[in-house]
Design a protein around this ligand. Structure first.
Ligand SMILES: [Ca+2]
Length: 236
């Protein structure tokens, strides 16, 4: 008998299987810090594949097609078209093993110390003296590090989201301070908003008066002998 393939949305099969097994989870257990929103849980590709096969072998009577990614990065959906995903990225420094495209790949971590997703990490070697550390009179510090989005074309923006990395053990720490700058008339100008204290384990949202710009820069000052790092940076 000629068999035919049945195409079910993967999400439907997995949702059904999770519900039947009592593994379905909804929402975040911990409240989000003030000024921040919890990250969305990321899909677990391995878990999905195993459960999907299991569900099918118990119920299906026709072949199921399964593709295994040859490159781990292709197992994730392509980023949606956003201001950030279309932007050109540059930075003041970068630890060689870290990835600049971790900023806009739209892959969110489980928490700030998640090592299973890519992160962008600045070098710390420019922060040496007290004068280099940011103060109210010296915002950003003279040794401030930065990362920059050059937008595909000028756009009006009014918010950014930052998911900071922080390791409980190690040198990656939350920045002591940071600023958001936009380029206008060839000059960098800070956006009109008070920068909140960086929070771990959440997407930090900063809203400001709408401004039209072609480039956005995020400037940070790291604690001495530490590296600031980012897991995701969105622009709206
Ligand atoms: Ca990311």
């Amino acid at each position: 008998m000629k068999s035919s393939a049945i195409n079910l949305p993967l999400s439907s099969v997995v949702a059904l299987w999770l519900a039947m097994c009592g593994h379905a989870r909804v929402g975040a257990a911990e409240p989000a810090p003030v000024g921040a929103v919890p990250a969305k849980p990321r899909p677990n590709i391995l878990f999905v594949a195993i459960d999907d096969l299991n569900a099918w072998s118990n119920r299906g009577n026709a072949p199921m097609r399964v593709w295994l990614a040859r490159d781990a990065r292709t197992a994730w959906p392509a980023p949606a078209a956003t201001l950030a995903s279309r932007a050109r990225m540059t930075s003041s420094t970068k630890v060689p093993w870290s990835r600049l495209d971790a900023l806009n790949d739209q892959i969110l971590p489980l928490n700030s110390s998640d090592k299973e997703v890519d992160r962008f990490v600045w070098k710390d070697d420019s922060v040496k003296t007290d004068a280099d550390i940011a103060t109210p009179d010296n915002p950003g510090g003279s040794a401030a590090q930065w990362v920059q989005y050059d937008l595909e074309k000028p756009a009006k923006i009014s918010a950014i989201g930052i998911y900071w990395a922080e390791d409980q053990r190690g040198r990656v720490k939350l920045p002591e301070s940071f600023r958001v700058l936009v380029k206008q008339g060839g000059e960098w100008k800070p956006v009109a908003a008070e920068m909140p204290k960086p929070q771990a384990d959440a997407m930090n949202l900063i809203r400001f008066a709408p401004v039209e710009t072609s480039s956005v820069r995020l400037e940070v000052s790291s604690p001495r002998k530490s590296n600031a790092a980012i897991l995701e940076w969105s622009v709206e």
